[in-house]
Ligand binder design. Structure first.
Ligand code: GLU
Length: 519
């Protein structure tokens, strides 16, 4: 039988990075076995606009390059894949269970149930359902039905036994059914409960492996009983540990976002957020932050790096292999090597994966992916023309490994701004030009020298600069800082001759002139 896994998000409007790791393990297990990965939408909460709230989730899957084989947009043999469209099916199964005596209509009021629970608690004995409704006479039952007395449907738990699973991560887990109250499977308004709907779906969709967050382990007892009541073979289960906040064992949570700014490891991501997002007209807030997959896309990570990082969160091949391509992970992924303990998101590792996968890209690929950032920041026209593309290409070459994220290109806006709009680091301007002895004169001379340079390559400029200082009996240090500040506005950056060559003669001359005028 073909392996079929699923990920079942509720449409929340964003994709949590921890949720993506759960989805990834499902996807990997399906791919490893040549099976199918299904996306099911748990949209029983009807208040939201499902389509709008689903898009960011689907976008995250697209960006991560994790195509789903059945689900939204593409359908499949078991469509619809939206729980909200499967109510008839849930009701049908509830009816069958009631007819076969495996479930019952419970007319007990919520107050009665609560009173029973309170009494059990007071007497320090486990609460189990009273099952009073099972003792109703046929007459009363008929009367209740005729007068439409509200009821919920409960599964009749076989109290005399135990239920167990052999979880791929947790091992053998057993529950004593005598301690399990009869779970509601259908509310009085006819809607299904999660535990019930998920089992009906997993049966109908022929899911073979349920790989999900460990917080669902406790639900599995009831779900297992539902499989049995339906007469379906339960799938294999793998309850994987949650993704923890960096350096902690506490679940990574969107609600804690305020605290994460002070987390020593997470800090770096917020620094990236605070420098990059504003340039793109966004800010780091509830709807865009490092808990979300979209953040990593927005600030210019490679999906390969995030894939590598998530694959290594709670799973490892051995104790040394870190850099893994998708093909490699697909080939080697097994549920048996998933760890039991929480795995903290590791931002340092993420950066090292990023550097590793970035280094594999050709200059062209890097440029293609840097350009949209320049366009979105308004540094170049959109779409970028050939002049901008050429400049970006030369910049990417000159920067080499300094471009770690695609958005890093945004730190070099000085190459793209108009000469008369260049901003200066005023402290550096003061120190290197206004206050440095003879700097103004030298800069003037240097400009005159540049004006005579026909060959404006970095190598030639280097030679010319050496001759320039030697002729005057000076050192390089006497001129290079002033030239850098005058032409780029900044005290540091890529090699000076690369900078000058990148800018070209015209721009260098104009900028030196402008600097002299304000010195
Ligand atoms: N919608 C559920 C959740 O997000 C799915 C749980 C499951 O995988 O069974 O928690």
């Amino acid at each position: 039988m073909s392996v079929r896994t699923r990920f079942a998000p509720s449409p929340t409007g964003y994709m949590h990075i921890g949720g993506m790791r759960t989805a990834l393990f499902n996807w990997l297990w399906a791919r490893h076995n040549g099976g199918q990965f299904i996306l099911r939408i748990d949209d029983t909460d009807r208040e939201r606009n499902v389509e709008a709230a689903l898009q960011p989730i689907l976008d995250a899957f697209r960006w991560m390059n994790l195509p789903w084989d059945e689900g939204p947009e593409i359908g499949g043999p078991h469509a619809p894949y939206y729980q909200s469209q499967r109510n008839d099916r849930y009701r049908e199964v509830v009816r069958q269970l009631v007819d076969s005596g495996k479930a019952y209509r419970d007319y007990e009021t919520a107050e009665q149930t609560k009173a029973d629970r309170d009494a059990a608690e007071k007497e320090k004995r486990p609460y189990v359902s009273s099952r009073r409704s099972l003792g109703l006479s046929d007459e009363t039952r008929a009367e209740y039905e005729a007068t439409q007395v509200p009821y919920v449907v409960r599964l009749l738990v076989p109290r005399e036994r135990k239920v167990s699973i052999n979880d791929h991560v947790r091992g053998f887990v057993e529950w004593d059914c005598s301690l399990i109250p009869d779970p509601v499977i259908q509310r009085s308004d006819g809607s299904p409960l999660y535990n019930f709907a998920t089992v009906v779906d997993d049966v109908d969709f022929e899911i073979t492996h349920v790989i999900r967050a460990e917080e669902h382990l406790t639900n599995t007892a009831v779900q297992h009983l539902i499989y049995e009541a339906i007469g379906a073979k339960p799938p294999e289960f793998a309850h994987i540990p949650f993704v923890a906040a960096p350096g902690t064992t506490k679940k990574l949570s969107k609600r804690e976002i305020g605290k994460y700014r002070n987390n020593p490891q997470f800090k770096r991501m917020f620094e990236i957020a605070d420098t990059v997002l504003p340039k793109l007209g966004m800010k780091s807030d509830d709807s865009m932050n490092p808990v979300m997959v979209a953040f990593y896309e927005q600030v210019g990570f490679l999906p390969e790096a995030v894939f590598n990082a998530l694959a290594r969160l709670g799973w490892s091949l051995d104790d040394k292999t870190e850099y893994m391509s998708r093909e490699f992970v697909i080939e080697n992924f097994t549920l048996e090597r998933v760890v039991k303990g929480a795995a903290g998101l590791d931002c340092d590792k993420l950066m090292s994966y990023q550097e590793h996968w970035m280094a594999k890209l050709s200059v062209e690929e890097k440029v293609t992916r840097c350009l949209p950032f320049l366009e979105r920041a308004g540094y170049v026209a959109s779409p970028a023309d050939s002049v901008a593309t050429e400049l970006a290409t030369r910049l990417v070459v000159a920067l080499g490994e300094r471009i770690k994220l695609f958005s890093d290109i945004l730190s070099y806006e000085e190459y793209f701004v108009a000469d008369d709009a260049l901003a200066y680091d005023e402290k550096a301007f003061e120190k290197r030009i206004r206050k440095a002895d003879g700097a103004v004169e030298l800069l003037k001379g240097y400009g005159e020298m540049l004006a005579t340079q026909d060959d404006f390559s970095a190598a030639t400029l280097e030679q010319a600069t050496h001759s320039f200082v030697e002729f005057r009996g000076l050192g390089l240090g006497d001129i290079v800082h002033a030239v850098r500040v005058a032409t780029t506005g900044k005290p540091a950056g890529p090699g000076l001759y690369d900078c000058l060559a990148l800018l070209g003669r015209d721009k260098c001359l104009k900028r030196i002139e402008r600097a002299l005028a304000r010195a």
